[in-house]
Design a protein around this ligand. Structure first.
Ligand code: PLP
Length: 444
């Protein structure tokens, strides 16, 4: 059966029926998907075809950092498309040259050379390739509470349950525990976590380990801000054992945490850094792997065995250049820091007033609330990798009230575009405040 999609603008119902009839939705049993139909978006809002307005409190997939519909980026993409929509990656283009230099300026330390991809997963695929080629070693350490993408290698690096269906995965990936152990067990100190890491390095054989990949501030697995000293300690251990430190800044980069990159909060310079999402604010797909000069030097006289038809795609590069300019012109990273401080206060206030709030965490405009069924035992309101009626009801309430965000397990996210203003932030927290009355009832 086919659905006629040829005539006139569609209603929301037609969009949903058509998309469900002929396209596959990700990470879902298809009978369970219940998509929001989206017709247009501007700033921190998007609208259904029928005109229902949503506050985009997750920047879509934590990626539309500058906000929707920015004319400056749209114009740059349009101009690039009319001048040179595509050139193959063996060629040099002006946007590619300019973007490499701009990224070298904003990324930390001597991260100086960039390889462009279509998104975050491919950036991580190429990061582990670079690490293996540059060190001649094969193992990669990664953490359990992590997501690194859905391609074959990246899903093997991923520690969360999305990996399970892809196993057996890439040989040589070894997972280590994070400093965080879930809401009931809580946090290890930086020293405890580093001791565990060093023990794994010893047991695996440091001379076999090419790299350690980690999200400096973990994203979908809980907005986990590491204890002070942890990232510096990882840096030292990696240096000591000749292991390349690979920071996945796909979600935490480009202002999300109130700094250009999450590692900047701890003045750590990784050997390899991966990026996507906020690089173009998702106006056009683009990812990148940045590497320190010494790693790039390895490939001066040796072949880099990697490539993609859309490597350094001119539309992606043009979108990224314009997006970087918007961060600067509108001082969005400062705004993320300022609004982040307010968001942190608003979250603390929620925790004080709502018994179902078990923990709140944020850094900049990267935030998450963990809900519990019992404040003493901290039993989560939904199990690990599961859901519950209360969490589903909270999700329905947010949707009904026009607040879009991710509700996952016993958590929900607070990740608005970095251009958000105080009034909008307060409006969103007003909806959350009312929603938490539903989850508070679970404790009665
Ligand atoms: C930390 C992190 N790394 C990698 C990825 C994968 O990026 P992509 O979906 O662009 O392949 C994601 C996506 O959410 C991510 O959050």
């Amino acid at each position: 059966m086919t659905t006629d999609t040829r005539t006139g603008p569609m209603t929301g119902e037609q969009m949903i029926a058509g998309a469900k009839a002929h396209t596959l939705f990700e990470w879902s049993a298809q009978s369970k998907v219940d998509p929001i139909p989206v017709a247009r978006a501007k700033g921190i809002h998007f609208w259904t075809p029928e005109g229902k307005r949503f506050i985009d409190f997750n920047s879509q997939l934590m990626c539309v950092n500058i906000g929707h519909g920015d004319e400056r980026v749209v114009r740059a993409i349009h101009e690039q498309a009319s001048t040179l929509a595509y050139a193959n990656p063996f060629m040099a283009t002006e946007v590619r040259a300019r973007l490499g230099a701009r990224l070298a300026a904003v990324t930390p330390g001597d991260l100086d050379v960039f390889f462009f991809t279509n998104g975050g997963a491919e950036a991580n695929e190429n990061a582990i390739k670079l690490a293996r080629f540059a060190t001649g070693r094969h193992k990669i350490l990664a953490r359990y509470r992590s997501y690194h993408g859905a391609t074959a290698g990246a899903i093997s690096l991923t520690g969360d349950p999305r990996r399970w269906a892809a196993e057996p995965g890439l040989p040589g990936v070894v997972h280590v525990l994070d400093p965080y152990h879930g809401i009931q067990r809580g946090w290890d100190s930086a020293d405890e976590s580093l001791a565990m890491l060093e023990e794994v390095i010893q047991l695996e054989g440091p001379q076999t380990i090419a790299g350690f990949i980690l999200e400096p501030v973990t994203g979908t697995n809980g907005v986990l801000v590491p204890p002070d000293g942890y990232l510096q300690g990882v840096r030292e251990l990696c240096t000591k054992h000749g292991i390349l430190m690979i920071c996945d800044e796909v979600m935490s980069g480009f202002g999300r945490t109130g700094a250009w990159f999450a590692v900047d909060h701890w003045n750590v310079v990784p050997d390899i850094m991966t990026m996507a999402k906020g690089l173009t604010s998702a106006y056009v797909p683009l990812g990148a792997v940045g590497m320190r000069r010494a790693i790039a030097e390895h490939f001066r006289d040796r072949v880099f065995y990697g490539g993609l038809t859309y490597n350094s795609h001119p539309l992606g590069c043009a979108a990224a250049l314009a997006t970087l300019q918007v961060y600067e012109d509108d001082r969005l990273i400062d705004n993320a820091k300022r609004m982040g401080a307010l968001m942190s206060d608003l979250m603390t206030d929620l925790a004080l007033r709502h018994p179902s709030v078990g923990a709140v965490r944020s850094i900049g405009l990267f935030g998450l609330v963990e809900l519990v069924r019992n404040r003493q035992t901290k039993e989560p309101l939904a199990p690990f990798n599961g859901s519950s009626e209360e969490m589903a009801a909270l999700g329905r309430f947010f949707r009904q009230e026009g607040l879009y965000t991710f509700v996952r397990w016993n958590t929900f996210f607070t990740n608005p575009p970095l251009c958000i203003a105080e009034a909008d932030l307060r409006e969103a927290f007003g909806i959350i405040d009312r929603g938490l009355e539903i989850t508070d009832r679970a404790l009665a």
